[in-house]
Each structure stands twice: as structure tokens, then as C-alpha cells.
Design a protein around this ligand. Structure first.
Ligand SMILES: [Fe+2]
Length: 228
């Protein structure tokens, strides 16, 4: 095991240990831990892929620096240490058909890396993915759904969410969001970048669908003017 693999493994295990401590709080955490328990995560099973840097490195540095909650400090330091070992990718083409309009904010700055999943930097899995997801400041990630049941572990201090209604709610660092298969959700990012752990439990090959809401343009205008 080389140093790079060691740092990626440490990041993954910091996340797994954290989720283990939250067992029982949200149904999804238990389902995820059960699936992880039967995976072969021995160091010798780990891949050795070439890192891929990102044009959003400055935003990513800010996002990691913005992880302040003491309970997340181990994940934060492992992520900081492994940042340049990871393969960073942007979403658009992979998860949505090319004709879909995801909005200017999302298109301008979204980023993820996979620690487990197809083409992951850590362990390959064809129907499960676990990684880190980031959005730039003042961004609306428009309402959408997907077949894959999804867990977010929010690392950034504050982010706005809504789940199939017009009502937004703020979530703090360490909050867990479990989106069942097909459940609509949208994310609103304030002045600091949004960063989270994400997990897709199964059905990960199915594409995402946008769910039209009539207030996207208004929300995006407010975000751009720093009004929310
Ligand atoms: Fe999602």
C-alpha cells in the first residue's frame, strides 16, 4: 500500500467510523452500513488510480476549510490530506441527459469524487457509490430525483434543502439527509461552498430527473444578489 492509498483509505475509514456512530438515527445509515459490512475493503483490494485535479481547486480548499464542527474534524483532516490524491469530476454529463438545464450556478461549479463505486479512487463497486460532493457558493441545485436511494452527510456549516414542496429548511453540519428512491430534493448554497459526503445505496446507473418548480429563476436571482 503506497502513501496515496493510505491517505484515501484513512479518509474512507474516517467516514465509515462516523456513520457507525450515527447508526440507528436514519434508516439509510443502517442500510448503508449493512451493505458496507459485506464488502471486501481490505487494503490489498484498493485501486491505484492517477489523481485528477480540478479547475475548482480554490473553491474546494475553501469548502474543506469551512468544515468546522468538532465532530467532523477527523473527516476534515483526512480530506485535507487526501485532496490531491483523489479523482475530481464534474457531474453534468454523467448523471443527466445533455439537454437538461441544471441552471447556471450548478453548471458553473459542481464537483465530486468517489471513494467507492465504478471508477472510484478507492474501491470498485458496480452498484454502490460513496464519495464527496461539492457545490460553489450561491448555487441552487434544482429539484430532482433518482432511483438510487441517497444519503447526504452535510459537512458544511449551513445549507438549505427542500423535499418536494416550496418550503425550505436549513441543515447544519453533521446533519443526515436520507432521500428514498424517487424522492424529490433540492439544495440551496449560501455564501460558503457546500460540501458533503454522499452515498448512493443501489440502482446507481439510472439517470437523475429534474422536477420542474416555478420558482427556480427567482431563487437563482436572489442567490446571485446575496438576498438569501
Ligand atoms: Fe440527489
Amino acid at each position: 500500500m503506497n502513501d496515496k492509498q493510505h491517505r484515501i483509505g484513512a479518509l474512507l475509514h474516517s467516514i465509515l467510523r462516523y456513520l457507525e456512530r450515527r447508526r440507528g438515527e436514519v434508516q439509510g445509515v443502517d442500510l448503508i452500513l449493512d451493505k458496507l459490512a459485506v464488502m471486501d475493503l481490505r487494503p490489498e483490494q484498493m485501486g491505484d488510480v492517477l489523481p485528477q485535479a480540478t479547475r475548482h481547486d480554490e473553491v474546494l480548499i475553501k469548502a474543506i476549510a469551512g468544515i468546522k464542527a468538532p465532530e467532523l474534524s477527523h473527516i476534515a483532516s483526512c480530506l485535507q490530506a487526501a485532496k490531491d490524491d483523489l479523482v475530481w469530476r464534474e457531474d453534468n454529463a454523467q448523471f443527466y441527459p445533455p439537454s437538461v438545464d441544471l441552471g447556471e450556478g450548478y453548471t458553473k461549479c459542481n464537483l465530486h469524487t468517489m471513494l467507492i463505486g465504478p471508477d472510484a479512487c478507492g474501491y470498485t463497486h458496480e452498484d454502490f457509490s460513496l464519495g464527496i460532493f461539492m457545490l460553489g457558493p450561491r448555487t441552487l441545485y434544482r429539484d430532482h430525483n433518482h432511483d438510487a436511494p441517497e444519503l447526504y452527510l452535510n459537512l458544511s456549516e449551513k445549507s438549505g434543502w427542500r423535499f418536494g414542496t416550496h418550503r425550505w429548511q436549513d441543515y447544519h453540519a453533521g446533519s443526515l439527509i436520507w432521500n428514498r428512491s424517487g424522492a424529490p430534493h433540492a439544495t440551496r448554497v449560501y455564501d460558503c461552498p457546500f460540501i458533503s459526503v454522499f452515498v448512493w445505496l443501489e440502482n446507481i446507473k439510472a439517470r437523475c430527473n429534474l422536477i420542474n418548480f416555478d420558482d427556480w429563476a427567482e431563487i437563482e436571482r436572489h442567490l446571485a444578489r446575496h438576498e438569501q
